[in-house]
Write a protein that binds this ligand. Structure first.
Ligand SMILES: [Zn+2]
Length: 471
């Protein structure tokens, strides 16, 4: 009997606003505990929330990119539960009337996108009861989040992980989230159930939390799917519950029975008016949206005639594709610029752990280097050395070639002289070549290049060597 997994995701993404969602406290990550706080985000009596419209704009951007309908009116609600890191005893979220609904990305339907505030963070210390302490840091309390909920349209652990990765790429591309999963600014929970192949009804689902990397998401889902199949095929029933992924043990464990929505006693927050987003505001935000990765990938194929693979690689991030287009605008041939960016530049950036936006070799300078190769001033292999120097010394390719006397030897009389020397020193090889051993030719080319310190134009060397040998 074969089984099918049914997976839906709930993704929390921190919006990149300067201040929190309902107060002026800093929303920056880190800081000494309890320094980014005020009466509002500490939940002190009498403090009133005021909505940060920059957070709403970011949420609209994300919703538009996911193909959602933005609602003119959405409502903030109180989600009531007790937890030490939730000082008000409720979280302000959106429930019955979220900001946006009904989107589609990569074949997965997006149920809704809503705004909410983050909770604080409990910090635990000590391992034995006698000295166990828990502290609460409220720096994160009130940081703006969007929650993105998908329909249960995913059918495998690998598919869910790929979808999450793609979603992360879009949020980062839009500049609404930094994609930093280790710092918790992007988090994913998954709802998983299994059913026998061909069945239409959904099985009972478990929610798996604590998935702070693509790898953990995939491994946790693989494990959870297998666990549920074992339960069902053994005649048992899956219990609706929240399970935590234990990365060290490589398995999920039960955390608590899953709450139902009615456990939270949602009701509209009387302190906050409805969020009104009119058509003009949506149109304005839409008009300023950056071109999205998929559209850009297609344009790279259509306009710059890049192969599909190159276009896909060069649209992995907005920084990468901006760099590529700037190099092309500075005169570089698209395919060649792409090769440099995916090859030498990517290698150096990785080696120095640098972001492409801060590359010491600017797109204009890369185009300058490519132009020198095109003109035949330097060879392709010399260009790699020049690139290394450009990366570390902040000089242009032309300045390096000039200062280091690197320009290619193209002059016929110079190359003919080099060829003459090499032939005189390699009488045996010349005899072998003339006796029909063609492979000796490559050896002789190598000798000429060596004599020229690698600077001779290889094409000219080939021509002139052949001419000398065949004479
Ligand atoms: Zn505050």
């Amino acid at each position: 009997m074969s089984f099918e997994a049914v997976i839906g995701l709930e993704i929390h993404a921190q919006l990149l606003t300067a201040s929190k969602i309902f107060c002026g406290s800093s929303a920056a990550f880190g800081g000494e505990p309890n320094t980014h706080v005020c009466p509002v985000c500490l939940g002190l009596p009498g403090a009133l929330p005021v909505l940060n419209h920059a957070a709403v704009d970011d949420a609209i951007r994300a919703s538009l990119a996911l193909g959602c309908t933005i609602h003119e009116t959405s409502i903030f609600a109180r989600k009531n539960y007790f937890y030490p890191d939730l000082p008000k005893g409720y979280q302000i979220s959106q429930y019955e009337q979220p900001l946006a609904t009904g989107g589609l990305m990569a074949g997965v339907r997006i149920t809704r996108v809503h705004l909410e505030e983050d909770a604080g963070k409990s910090l635990h210390e000590g391992f034995v009861d006698s000295d166990r302490k828990t502290y609460v840091d409220f720096n994160r309390s009130g940081v703006p989040l969007i929650e993105i909920v998908t329909e249960p349209d995913l059918r495998s652990a690998a598919g869910a992980s790929a979808f999450f990765s793609r979603l992360r790429g879009i949020l980062v591309w839009l500049g609404v989230n930094d994609g930093n999963m280790e710092e918790g600014s992007l988090r994913c929970d998954a709802n998983v159930s299994v059913r026998r192949a061909g069945e239409q009804a959904l099985g009972t689902k478990a929610e798996v939390k604590n998935l702070n990397s693509f790898r953990f998401l995939q491994k946790a889902l693989e494990h959870e799917i297998e666990r549920q199949i074992d339960v069902v095929s053994g005649g048992g029933r899956v219990v609706q519950e929240t399970r935590l992924w234990d990365a060290a043990a490589g398995r999920t464990g039960s955390m608590r029975s899953k709450e139902e929505a009615h456990d939270y006693r949602y009701f509209p927050d009387p302190d906050l008016p409805p969020v009104i987003v009119d058509a003009a505001r949506i149109a304005e935000i839409r008009s300023k949206m950056p071109e999205l990765p998929e559209a850009r990938r297609r344009r790279f194929v259509d306009v710059h005639a890049l192969p599909e693979y190159d276009a896909g690689q060069l649209t992995q991030s907005r920084g990468l594709s901006d760099y590529f287009e700037a190099a092309v605008a500075a005169g570089a041939a698209p395919k060649i610029a792409g090769n440099w960016i995916m090859g030498e530049l990517a290698r150096k950036l990785k080696e120095t752990d640098a972001d492409i936006a801060a590359s010491p070799v600017t797109p204009e300078r890369l185009a300058g280097l490519i132009a020198l190769v095109e003109k035949g001033t330097i060879s392709g292999s010399m260009a790699k050395d020049v690139f290394e120097k450009m990366y570390t010394t902040d000089r242009t390719a032309a300045a390096i070639v000039e200062a280091d006397g690197l320009s290619q030897i193209d002059d016929e009389s110079q190359i003919v002289a080099l060829v003459g020397d090499v032939l005189a020193k390699n009488v045996d090889a010349v005899a072998q070549y003339r006796a029909g051993k063609a492979s000796t030719f490559g050896f002789l080319v190598g000798q000429v290049m060596k004599a020229a310190g690698g600077r001779a134009n290889p094409k000219r060397v080939n021509e002139l060597l052949k001419r000398a040998l065949d004479a």
